[in-house]
Design a protein around this ligand. Structure first.
Ligand SMILES: C[S@@+](CC[C@H](N)C(=O)[O-])C[C@H]1O[C@@H](n2cnc3c(N)ncnc32)[C@H](O)[C@@H]1O
Length: 227
């Protein structure tokens, strides 16, 4: 019977286009991440249309605070620029980390070197913005975490190894009131896996803030340690 099912599945696979195979694999990931959300008690989501609206839910709470906004995966600076316009406190710091040479390895549908901008940093007209160029495991250990009132982390490095490194490194700084945003959380073997391992190893609790449909763009706030 199992053998028969395998033959049928292979037959279906042979006939599907690459685009349809990707759609099926994304759907399976969304189902997995949905189950994971339920396991973690992440039920009460505000679902919005665009990732900027997810960011907006964080901005509504912190725009006038002295924020340390850390972005991992800057690329051409779209998100950095967006946050620099919305975070209003002059003492806020907007720090972006990227190799500016693209992804260090392939994973899911991403290819090694994807998002390579030839080492060029984005130009953003805001003195609060600083970029830290290089691989995260080289730049983060040299980075002095500045004092801040609220920490906002934008995780957009896509792949597991990069996300895992950053979350592990930031463990001592993630506490009650810290916001973490993930740009591709639905990808179960990448950002979701790294976040899952982070929650397990720290015991920290999180509450949903907002998401787009299918958990593509997804934000949480840390509510502290389990009592
Ligand atoms: C999807 S892009 C970021 C997009 C950007 N946040 C935006 O909104 O336009 C992912 C970025 O992560 C960077 N990246 C991934 N892993 C990295 C690592 N280990 N060290 C440095 N940069 C990394 C890549 O260079 C790439 O620019």
């Amino acid at each position: 019977m199992r053998h028969f099912v395998l033959i049928v599945l292979c037959g279906i696979g042979k006939r599907l286009s690459k685009a349809n195979l990707i759609r099926i694999s994304v759907a399976a990931d969304v189902i997995k991440i949905g189950a994971w959300m339920v396991d973690h008690g992440f039920f009460e989501w505000i679902v919005v249309e665009k990732r900027q609206m997810v960011w907006g839910k964080i901005v509504d709470k912190v725009e006038n605070e002295k924020v340390l906004y850390l972005e991992f995966g800057v690329y051409k600076g779209y998100a950095t620029n967006w946050w620099s316009k919305r975070l209003l406190n002059p003492r806020t710091m907007i720090h972006g980390f990227d190799s500016f040479e693209g992804l260090p390895e392939s994973g899911a549908d991403w290819q090694s070197g994807q998002f390579d901008v030839g080492g060029n940093l984005p130009k953003i007209n805001d003195t609060r913005v600083k970029f830290f160029k290089g691989w995260f495991d080289k730049t983060l250990p040299k980075y002095d975490m500045p004092e801040h009132d609220v920490l906002v982390i934008n995780m957009d490095a896509d792949i597991y190894s990069s996300t895992k490194y950053v979350l592990d490194y930031l463990k001592p700084f993630i506490k009650e009131g810290t916001y973490i945003y993930f740009d591709e959380l639905y990808c179960s073997e990448h950002e979701a896996r790294a976040f899952h391992e982070f929650i397990k190893s720290t015991g920290l609790k999180f509450k949903p803030v907002a998401t787009t449909a299918g958990f593509l763009a997804c934000a949480f706030i840390c509510t502290g340690s389990a009592k």
